[in-house]
Design a protein around this ligand. Structure first.
Ligand code: SF4
Ligand code: SF4
Length: 443
């Protein structure tokens, strides 16, 4: 049944008509858009999608399969926002459109129900996520996985299932929240009072990176406050049509982090940091949280943004490696953080940093895009890996868990011999002079 916006549900979800009318149809965003580049169809461009959103919101056209498809084909990478001279906040529009599609047109679809179950009951529930992660860890380290891979067992059920299982990040040997104390202190005098958000996927699959982040913050004379009551930031929910649940998670985080205990809230995940910086906007109409959400968001800093602005209390030791840095969309386009990670890396003695073509173009990870639209995702990943391979680095450095898994998967799949590490782990290796050990354990 075609839905129209005559019920005004869509208009209620959309930011405001002003935002929708901001697009001046100049087309400057077209060359920045990976999906437009792939199809060359206007409807797969930011400008085309904005036109469709406006038409549906004004009830000029009904919601159709094409509309739903285009809203989900979009990577929500926000490269178009960087290119846009009119300051259109496109991400807000597409995220609202996804809510509308899932709440109306696809309300009863099995795919939407499964997605909601996984995002709400597994990802956002720390205990359930740990339980699933323990099972996955056993599978990933067992001979069963090797047998499944050798005989292509998962392929029998679905080719995608086989690819998705390879894409899943390797579950850490421990979970970081079980190792990080409520307060961590530097050896030297405390200069900055920070708090740390350890994330959901980061906590179970990049536990080492979380511990490295604490160590790096300590080396920058930070006290680090890490309350265990914190939860998933909610970005994946908001980007996938479940804004209401994202708001609940935002409220829980605001309650968990006692604001008098810190001046800066540090995130080492670009997607989480970008979203927590937006809690003020997300909860602006919430009588209970709006004020605290605004204060909370003002304290959020990406780890690279924070460190670049401060000086380490320790000397940086040489790291002999030729590396490239790949921007995470939610760092470079959402948070406009481009130079800070590069400058931090350039400050490490011995590290040769090379640039690649398309470093700021989406790798196709895009939240759960690489699971829900694997074919499209692989197209973007292939181009990313080929660009990396042109400069032949021995290390790819990234600041976001989704991109880390995606690019590691891509380099292995395309047989390009290169390691992938989070920026804080490289920095930690230099600060504590143990990069070669870290390097060996990652290969
Ligand atoms: S968010 Fe990315 S994929 Fe979506 S329209 Fe903008 S540039 Fe294109
Ligand atoms: S660059 Fe901005 S104003 Fe121009 S068409 Fe794209 S979204 Fe519209």
């Amino acid at each position: 049944m075609p839905y129209s916006a005559s019920t005004n549900i869509f208009s209620d979800i959309l930011p405001s008509d002003d935002v929708l009318s901001q697009c001046i149809h100049c087309g400057m965003c077209l060359s920045a858009c990976p999906t437009y580049e792939l199809t060359k169809l206007e409807r797969s461009s930011p400008r085309g999608r904005i036109k469709m959103i406006r038409s549906v919101a004004n009830a000029e056209i009904p919601v159709s399969n094409i509309f739903a498809e285009e809203m989900n084909f979009c990577l929500d990478c926000q490269a178009c926002e960087t290119a846009c001279p009119a300051g259109v906040r496109y991400g807000k529009l597409v995220e609202a459109a996804r809510v509308f599609v899932d709440e109306t047109f696809r309300k009863n679809s099995l795919k939407v129900r499964i997605k909601r179950f996984l995002l709400r009951r597994i990802l956002a529930d720390k205990n359930n996520l740990k339980l699933v992660s323990r099972v996955l860890r056993i599978y990933q380290r067992s001979f069963i996985k090797n047998i499944f891979e050798i005989f292509g067992v998962l392929r029998i059920f679905s080719r995608h299932l086989s690819e998705i299982s390879k894409l899943a990040p390797k579950i850490s040997g421990f979970f970081s929240d079980e190792k990080i104390s409520l307060f961590s202190f530097p050896d030297a005098e405390v200069k900055y009072k920070t708090a740390f958000h350890f994330g959901c996927v980061m906590n179970v699959a990049f536990a080492e990176v979380n511990l490295d982040t604490i160590e790096v913050l300590k080396a920058y004379a930070c006290e680090v406050y890490t309350p265990s009551e914190q939860v998933c930031c909610g970005s994946l929910h908001a980007h996938n049509g479940d804004i209401d649940f994202a708001k609940k998670l935002a409220g829980k985080n605001i309650d968990a982090f006692k604001q008098e205990k810190f001046e800066y809230l540090i995130s080492n995940s670009a997607g989480c940091g970008a979203f927590m910086k937006d809690y003020g906007y997300l909860l602006k109409d919430d009588a209970e949280y709006s004020e605290r959400a605004e204060m909370f968001s003002a304290k959020v800093k990406d780890v690279t943004e924070f460190l670049y602005a401060k000086n380490p209390a320790r000397k940086l030791m040489p790291v002999s490696v030729t590396a490239v840095y790949q921007d995470a969309c939610h760092l470079v386009h959402s948070q406009k953080i481009k130079n800070e990670p590069r400058e931090l890396l350039k400050s490490i003695p011995g590290l040769i940093l090379k640039e690649t073509e398309g470093a700021d173009v989406c790798c196709g990870s895009a939240g759960i895009y690489n699971v829900s639209r694997i074919e499209d995702s692989l197209h973007f990943l292939k181009r990313k890996v080929e660009n990396i391979n042109k400069v032949k680095p021995s290390l790819v450095i990234i600041s976001n868990p989704g991109c880390l898994s995606q690019i590691a998967f891509g380099t292995e799949k395309l047989d390009h011999k290169v390691e992938v590490m989070h920026l804080v782990s490289v920095l930690r290796g230099s600060l504590y002079n143990d990069f070669s050990q870290k390097w060996k354990s990652s290969i």
